[in-house]
Write a protein that binds this ligand. Structure first.
Ligand code: UD1
Length: 422
């Protein structure tokens, strides 16, 4: 397995291009299943999670052609030959469950294994299931698989989610595009990735209103047609690289980024004393004067502070001046990076859904291991400001969600390299 070695202490300067959003692309790809005409995505990120979704779609009979070194995905689901999403693929990535709604809507039947993914909590699927049942599907859990059927087709309904789940919103909206009549989804997720999915579905002929608000209304249509859609910028990649100069010092421009994608995060980062300014190409982040200040952070659904940036923010707060409290409200087991940061000299006390971080002057490099995607990158960020060498192992988690991380960071002056493993 590959490792990444970071030697701390180098200030960063330059530009980092932001890729298309992994989480948007993973919802957009299954949208191909809704139509027998081609769907083409541009600005796709080159990540192992995208390969996993490709394998899953191909296993269902879709064709996925990767062009321009993976930047363009040309998909066609003219013939669906299989309606079962197998455990061996789904266990690698929770987002595989996003084929459930589209398969059900197009083919009237789907069998989808319960998902795996990052080890950051229970992550059940009850909200997906109750939403699709409200649309008329009959769903049964047998041998670890959800068996879903809509014999008479799906029918629009008023659905209120008990929590604004991102994945359930995506599954329900996709299913509703081909249902008879009107679906009103209340307490819908408002994330930019949902807005991006709705724009693509609309380009395919779907009739949807209200994306980006907590009520989405879908008027079902008989069929969707082909389209070409550009994937929105990856706000989590952007936020991650915004923290790099905040830890290491220096100034970075995030090309293609935008503050609107991360309102609460930008505000919190500014609260630590880091400057964030819009530019013609995106935005610029700079740390010029001394240590960051401690701040308190609570993860929330959009537009609140994203859970996917909590680990990276913790890496920064480890060396901030003062004591910070981070509260995780979205996932119950998402402080697995804390013990690894402690190995680097951080002072962190985890108690339930809270972590109290007392800033130290400097972290020290160490051998550390990541247990999930965002945790891995937080250790790399911590290593950028640490004294000496940090060796991060198990970086396959990282490759699921960050494209060429070592190339992007070394291009702005970080001392970072990948060591190929067996
Ligand atoms: C998506 C993102 C993930 C991000 C998360 C929250 C993708 C591919 N992944 O994941 O990176 O961290 O949003 O912003 O877009 N829940 C239930 N029942 C359900 C569904 C969810 O209890 O049926 C719970 C989950 O266990 C979790 C919380 O709701 O505690 C958030 O989950 P959800 O919003 O569904 O996240 P994902 O779509 O899985």
């Amino acid at each position: 397995m590959d490792s990444i070695i970071v030697t701390g202490g180098a200030e960063l300067k330059g530009q980092i291009p932001i890729a298309g959003a992994k989480n948007a692309c993973l919802a957009l790809m299954p949208a191909t299943l809704l139509s027998d005409e081609p769907l083409t995505l541009t600005n796709a990120p080159r990540l192992s999670d995208i390969k996993t979704m490709t394998v899953l779609l191909e296993s269902l009979g879709a064709e996925v052609r990767s062009m321009q070194e993976g930047r363009v995905l040309a998909m066609s689901s003219h013939d669906l030959t299989n309606l079962t999403a197998d455990y061996d693929i789904v266990r690698k990535m929770r987002a595989s469950n996003l084929v459930l709604g589209p398969l059900l809507a197009r083919a009237g039947r789907a069998v989808v294994s319960l998902p795996g993914g990052c080890a950051i909590g229970a992550r059940p699927m009850d909200i997906h299931v109750s939403g699709l049942e409200a649309l008329g599907a009959e769903i049964e859990l047998k041998d670890g698989y959800l068996h879903a059927e809509a014999r008479k087709g799906l029918k629009g309904a008023v659905i209120e989610q008990r929590f604004a789940s991102v994945g359930a919103t995506e599954n329900i909206v996709m299913a509703a595009t081909l249902a008879r009549g009107t679906t009103v989804l209340k307490n819908a997720a408002r994330e930019p990735e949902i807005v991006d999915l709705v724009r693509c579905l609309r380009a395919m002929g779907a009739q949807i209103e209200g994306e980006g608000t907590s009520t989405i209304e879908v008027q079902g249509v008989d069929r969707l047609h082909g389209a070409t859609h550009a994937v929105v910028a990856d706000r989590i990649e952007m936020g991650t690289y915004m923290i790099a100069p905040a830890i290491a010092g220096g100034e970075i421009e995030l090309v293609g980024g935008s503050m609107d994608l991360l309102p609460a995060f930008c505000e919190k980062l500014e609260g630590t004393g880091i400057s964030v300014t819009p530019t013609a190409n995106g935005l610029k982040v700079a740390r010029s004067n001394g240590r960051a200040r401690a701040i308190d952070v609570r993860t929330e659904i959009f537009p609140g502070f994203p859970t996917d940036l909590q680990a990276q923010m913790m890496a920064l707060l480890c060396t901030a001046n003062g004591t910070s409290v981070l509260e995780e409200t979205i996932f119950e087991n998402r402080f697995m990076h804390a013990p690894e940061l402690v190995r680097m000299g951080a002072e962190i006390d985890v108690h339930g859904g809270h972590a109290t971080v007392t800033g130290v002057e400097r972290l020290r490099g160490a051998r550390v291991m990541a247990t999930d995607l965002r945790a891995s990158v937080s250790l790399i960020l911590a290593g950028l400001g640490a004294e000496g060498e940090t060796v991060v192992s198990r970086v396959y988690h990282l490759d699921r969600g960050y494209e060429r991380v070592e190339e992007k960071l070394s291009a702005v002056g970080a001392r970072i390299e990948r060591v190929r493993g067996e």
